[in-house]
Design a protein around this ligand. Structure first.
Ligand code: AMP
Length: 420
């Protein structure tokens, strides 16, 4: 099976090839032709199965006829509404829409609770064809007369089971009452419970059912999280998480020696005992740092991939990717340091907009998405523009630990937390 054979337009087939996707996942193979035909679907698919592309790609093709470059907001009514339960998922789906939609001149935005309304109001007033939203915030915006849903042609309910678990049924019903009755409906849920079947019975018209085997969820020894965060707030977020969760024996990775030294100095200054360990340090210094870390005297050890390779440290409770590595394989090496015998470890990645491509590379290698979580007070700015990695002051370009693998960053990163 290839993407060619699913009926998608040539530019989308090229785009997925650029993303490195070789073959459609099962949910994509089953859902894409049905969505292109205009059918309603009820699909059982979890995060990590490629479900986002399964609805975003055919939606882009169905909407293409409406693409225009007019400056008039009236020419950009909301035509697709994607409802999701949490702000994390909202941000993730928004990022996928931006990525997959880069060749199609359609506008999109995302709205969720917990952050000021103003930027969201502004984006909606400019006009968007694709709106990703959590139910509560969407209803606020409808109440303020900035979101008009009267021209929605396609409704997507993503993680519908979670929306029901979180008590969003009344909000969903209020939203559906605002939509034209003639529309296409796509519903995704991890399970088909009785509640989901009841909900789908009330919303979907003669749906096709898509069921695919869940991705391999064999108990993973390492719980992985992505914290999307603004590039300038990573240090503050890390210090906050260490304090809030009382993290000890934290191994933190950076891409460069300079970043490692700088981070250790700043954390130390904040009263969190931290040292950097990298190849510029003398052997006795490294040995001393390592002993201090193992004994618990040093709370945070900051290392580059090269420096960490020679260190005899594993079975740590938590590993932090302060910066994602250039090479996805290094991500595996890094998180392999955590997971105590029998217990689960945590691998936390602080990801800024500049690292979107690096994150995608890691997820491609893992063959699943890493769930996002967002710390209140650290929600990233969606309008931030990505900067090329390595061009900033503070990233030593000449470092032997800082080479190759660099790709231009095209798109902004998203981020995520509670719905609203
Ligand atoms: P999702 O289930 O939509 O959250 O996607 C999970 C991950 O799979 C994301 O990191 C996608 O970039 C990736 N992905 C989606 N479709 C494919 C594909 N056909 N081949 C390889 N990776 C994919």
């Amino acid at each position: 099976m290839t993407f060619d054979s699913l009926g998608l337009s040539a530019d989308l087939v090229r785009m997925v090839a650029e993303e490195g996707y070789e073959t459609p996942t099962p949910v994509q193979a089953a859902a894409i032709p049905l969505v292109l035909e205009g059918r309603d679907i009820l699909a059982a698919a979890q995060t990590g199965t490629g479900k986002t592309a399964a609805f975003v790609l055919p939606i882009l093709d169905r909407l293409r006829a409406h693409a225009n470059t007019s400056f008039s907001p009236a020419r950009h009514p909301v035509r697709v509404l994607i409802l999701v339960p949490t702000r994390e998922l909202a941000m993730q789906v928004d990022m996928s829409v931006q990525t997959y939609g880069r060749t199609v001149p359609l506008r999109s935005t995302v709205v969720y609770g917990g952050i000021p309304l103003d930027p969201q109001i502004k984006a909606l007033r400019n006009g968007v064809e694709i709106l990703v939203a959590t139910p509560g915030r969407l209803l606020d915006l409808v109440g303020q007369k900035v979101a008009n849903l009267g021209q929605v042609e396609i409704l997507v309910l993503d993680e519908a089971d979670r929306m029901l678990d979180m008590g969003f049924l009344p909000d969903i019903q209020r939203i559906i009452a605002l939509l034209p009755s003639k529309r296409q409906n796509l519903m995704f849920s991890a399970t088909f419970s009785d509640d989901i079947r009841r909900l789908s019975g009330g919303i979907l018209r003669d749906p096709s059912t898509v069921e695919v085997a869940p991705r391999n969820t064999a108990a993973e020894a390492v719980r992985q999280w992505v914290y999307p965060v603004d590039r300038d707030r990573k240090e503050a977020l890390l210090a906050h998480l260490i304090r809030k969760d009382d993290l000890r024996q934290v191994l933190v990775f950076t891409r460069t020696k300079l970043a490692a030294s700088r981070l250790a100095t700043r954390l130390d200054r904040e009263g969190l005992d931290a040292v950097a360990i990298h190849s510029d340090r003398s052997q006795p210094e490294r040995t001393r740092s390592l002993a201090g870390f193992k004994s618990g005297e040093i709370r945070v050890l900051v290392a580059t991939d090269v420096a960490a390779r020679g260190l005899d440290i594993e079975d740590l409770p938590v590993v932090v990717n302060f910066e994602l590595p250039w090479n996805p394989q290094d991500y595996i090496h890094r998180i392999g340091r955590t997971g105590r015998a029998g217990a689960t470890g945590e691998a936390i990645s602080l990801v800024c907009i500049d690292e979107t491509d690096l994150l995608r590379g890691v997820q491609r290698m893992l063959k699943h998405a890493i769930p996002w979580t967002v710390e209140d007070g650290f929600i990233p700015d969606r309008s931030a523009e990505p900067r090329p990695l390595g061009a900033r002051a503070g990233h030593a370009r000449t470092s032997p630990e800082h080479h190759a693998h660099r790709k231009p960053v095209r798109r902004r990163a998203g981020a995520g937390s509670p719905g609203g």
